[in-house]
Write a protein that binds this ligand. Structure first.
Ligand SMILES: NC(=O)c1ccc[n+]([C@@H]2O[C@H](COP(=O)([O-])OP(=O)(O)OC[C@H]3O[C@@H](n4cnc5c(N)ncnc54)[C@H](OP(=O)(O)O)[C@@H]3O)[C@@H](O)[C@H]2O)c1
Length: 246
């Protein structure tokens, strides 16, 4: 897919990775709908800013009615909390599924016909290596990312006939404020050499889309996926890799 001249919609662009996606797409000559629940926080000169909550059906439908020229959908927005299944707050567990799984699904269902009308285009879902390793302290989020991986694979099969590339970005750790806050709140020292720089990561992801790749993995994700052939593992935040088998 040629990104110069593409029309992209990115979710969650008011901070973190989503902001970097929108900025890099603008740099590459794409038209960008930069979306956020709080559009007043979006600082992306040159982008068309839209209010969008991916868990609100009316908001999703309004975005699809406005952004009819989209040929690249980047599903980045997510609630990255959730906590643990046992003893955690059930509303947070549901919120993890609501954004990562149902929110991403709602976006894909709303924009699949738009993409079809615009030649097929591409969808990039932002997953996580914890889709393939559980994460004590945030097991609900890890499971939501596993569900989002299944969703990504299913939708790829279903949309192949309309020529839509469905791709997954699967990173270990990304150096965002959310990750830094989580680590300092849990007293964890992050492995600085294993953190993805968000600007680098979006460049790799967009190069992957341009090359037609269906999965774009960093080092942590490559290791996690390889270990799926063995017993289940859990994620070690201090190493950005797998801990001993469960
Ligand atoms: N950081 C990491 O280490 C890491 C690692 C692997 C994968 N990821 C994935 O990478 C993506 C971005 O992570 P990040 O670290 O950049 O996260 P972040 O800084 O916490 O940003 C999350 C973004 O999603 C938005 N969002 C949350 N719920 C939403 C909803 N219902 N509708 C619309 N927007 C919503 C947030 O908006 P508000 O400001 O309104 O909340 C924010 O813009 C996520 O999919 C995450 O799971 C992150």
């Amino acid at each position: 897919m040629n990104l110069d001249g593409a029309t992209a919609l990115v979710t969650g662009t008011n901070r973190g990775l989503g902001h970097h996606f929108a900025a890099e797409l603008l740099k590459r000559g794409a038209k960008v709908y930069a979306t956020a629940r709080r559009p007043e926080l979006v600082d992306l000169p040159g982008a068309e800013v839209l209010r969008l909550d991916i868990t609100d059906p009316a908001s999703v439908s309004a975005a699809a009615t406005t952004a009819t020229d989209v040929d690249l959908l980047i599903n980045n927005a997510a609630f990255t909390g959730g906590g643990n299944f046992i003893g955690g707050d059930l509303d947070s567990i549901r919120a993890a599924m609501d954004s990562n799984y149902y929110g991403t699904l709602a976006m894909i269902r709303a924009f699949a016909p738009v993409l079809a009308r615009n030649g097929g285009g591409a969808i990039l879902n932002v997953l996580s290596a914890v889709a393939w390793m559980t994460f004590d302290g945030n097991t609900a989020y890890a499971a939501a990312k596993s569900a989002q991986w299944g969703l990504t694979n299913g939708v790829r099969v279903e949309l192949a006939g309309q020529n839509t590339l469905v791709s997954a970005l699967v990173p270990g750790l990304i150096d965002t404020e959310t990750l830094r806050a989580y680590a300092s709140g849990s007293g964890v020292v992050l492995p600085e050499h294993r953190l993805n720089d968000p600007a680098d990561l979006v460049r790799r992801a967009l190069d992957g889309i341009a090359a037609g790749e269906i999965e774009i993995l960093d080092e942590s994700a490559v290791e996690a996926k390889a270990r799926l052939a063995g017993p289940p593992t859990q994620f070690d935040l201090t190493a950005a890799g797998a801990k001993a088998d469960l």
